[in-house]
Design a binder for this molecule. Structure first.
Ligand code: F6P
Length: 485
């Protein structure tokens, strides 16, 4: 943030705007950061200048809505709408894997109108690993957008912030390291900008990084306690019970964020891990207000917990209280802890094999391709064989019709959203050569998906001597990068 020029005062919200946007956890963190920053501005009697956009609208703040991530037009329209009449817009797109078409569409708008927009992109893959896959109906890919940004960044007309974080502990689960890094980066940039604006001098912001390091050290010095919590949460899920986060303030919001991501990552039900926050929508101040009418999963207040959850709690459920007496100092620590608890609990439940999410939902194009790659890695079969198996599992058939094979990928991901255990089904079919029906009954017999998968893999690799092939494929994939897609 050290700048040569004297910083201007925070611009007039009438003319100017800062927009943060992203999909899934990246959009939720956009909301988290804008809420905090605007709250601080209001405290100083300044106008709120920051807005968030999340793919799928506010319902995506608290529930899994993966399909809108694929829609660049939706992204560009939502950006145009919020910036109507503004003279200057600082747009910050967040896509940990440099991959979301929704964000690419928004960056494209910015690049077409440099007189109004200054685009910033935050992500954690190297630029050359940005997603190259064509986006239907568009002339650009995420990668080509990144290249245009890189060109403009030479004149400081665009900014690409993409420090390398390395792979996630669970491959592709960017809600963890990627999410934490997003939070840290944005907080540092926003508070430095704020401090520079107040003091009207450029700011070098080193001390804040130290406090994050301290938060990490303090958190992981409690490794034993965290492990005990993970185990307890795992036991709850293993016996079909639930984990609830009952929170206050920003820590409560972090609970909601953590819980909402379990569905696409682990194929979880929204009731498995669920967050509640004191004051609900009123306290959160989200754009669309109270979403309660959208269904049970949008009941997020403590009253909802008291009315619909408390009466059926048993000693097999786990309720974690999230609060702090010292403001937001514990946010990072809480995020790390919750990520560990929810991930650990699903590992206990058998939703992870090695470091792969074997029961992910296949509800957008990125997840579809991730699932196909995962099947390749675990079965050693070709891409086309794996895609065919995936489609059979999605449509629950042993023979694909012409229509199924030729329709748009969106039709596949819509259908996949209605199914269960799609990826494990495809894998069992691939490894054993059995029918979808047989694979289904095999999975039903085994309560733990990882065990069913392990059993099939063991039989398959020992009968075909393919263990080595799989391991080397696995290694190649990891080394090849695309760490977060
Ligand atoms: O598509 C689902 C998902 O992987 C979410 O789990 C995640 O939060 C979101 O995409 C965002 O990904 P990215 O930040 O890479 O665009």
């Amino acid at each position: 943030m050290a700048d040569r020029a004297k910083p201007d005062r925070i611009p007039d919200p009438q003319d100017s705007l800062i927009v943060l946007s992203g999909c899934g956890t990246s959009g939720r963190l956009a909301f988290f950061i804008t809420s905090g920053f605007n709250r601080e501005l209001r405290r100083l009697n300044q106008g709120a200048i920051c807005l968030y956009i999340i793919a799928g609208g506010d319902r995506a703040l608290f529930s899994s809505q993966e399909a809108p991530e694929d829609d660049p037009i939706l992204g560009s329209l939502s950006l145009r709408k919020v910036s109507e009449g503004k003279k200057r817009v600082l747009f910050i797109g967040i896509s940990c894997g440099l991959s979301a078409p929704f964000v690419a569409g928004q960056l494209d708008v910015c690049l077409q109108h440099p007189d109004v927009y200054t685009p910033v992109l935050i992500g954690f893959n190297p630029a050359h690993q940005a997603r190259k896959e064509p986006i239907p109906g568009c002339t650009f890919t995420f990668h080509s957008v990144v290249e245009r940004m890189q060109e403009l960044s030479k004149m400081q007309k665009a900014f690409l912030i993409n420090p390398a974080l390395g792979p996630e502990a669970i491959s592709g689960s960017s809600r963890m390291k990627g999410g934490s890094a997003t939070k840290i980066l944005l907080e540092v940039v926003f508070s430095a900008a704020h401090a520079a604006n107040s003091s009207r001098t450029p700011i070098l912001y080193k001390y804040r990084m130290k406090s994050y390091k301290q938060a990490l050290d303090v958190t992981y010095s409690q490794a034993e306690g965290i492990a005990a919590l993970m185990e307890a949460a795992g036991h709850s899920l293993q016996c079909g019970r639930r984990v609830c986060y009952l929170g206050w303030g920003s820590l409560g919001l972090l609970g909601l964020i953590d819980a909402s991501e379990c569905k696409p990552t682990f194929g979880a039900d929204y009731e498995d891990i669920r967050g509640f926050v004191s004051g609900g929508y009123k306290e959160l101040g989200n754009k669309e207000g109270d979403l309660n009418l959208m269904g049970c999963e949008f009941g997020i207040t403590h009253d909802d917990f008291l009315n619909s959850v408390l009466p059926c709690l048993t000693d097999k459920d786990m309720v974690l209280l999230l609060y702090s007496h010292s403001g937001n100092q514990w946010e990072l620590s809480t995020k790390l802890l919750l990520n560990a608890v929810s991930t650990g609990a699903h590992i206990f439940k058998g939703k992870v094999y090695q470091n792969y999410m074997i029961d992910l939902q296949v509800t957008n194009s990125k997840l579809y391709h991730r699932a196909t790659r995962l099947l390749q890695t675990l079965s050693g079969r070709s891409e086309s064989q794996c895609e065919e198996a995936l489609l059979k599992a999605i449509y629950q058939v042993d023979k694909l019709t012409e229509d199924m094979m030729t329709c748009h990928l969106k039709t596949h991901t819509d259908a996949a959203g209605k199914g269960e255990k799609v990826v494990p089904l495809a894998l069992v079919c691939l490894l054993t050569g059995c029918s979808v029906k047989e694979a289904k009954s095999l999975l039903e017999r085994k309560a733990i998906i990882r065990e069913a998968v392990e059993e099939c893999l063991l039989k398959y690799t020992s009968s075909k001597g393919l263990k080595e092939t799989r391991e080397s494929e696995d290694k190649k994939l990891r080394e090849a990068g695309s760490l977060m897609m």
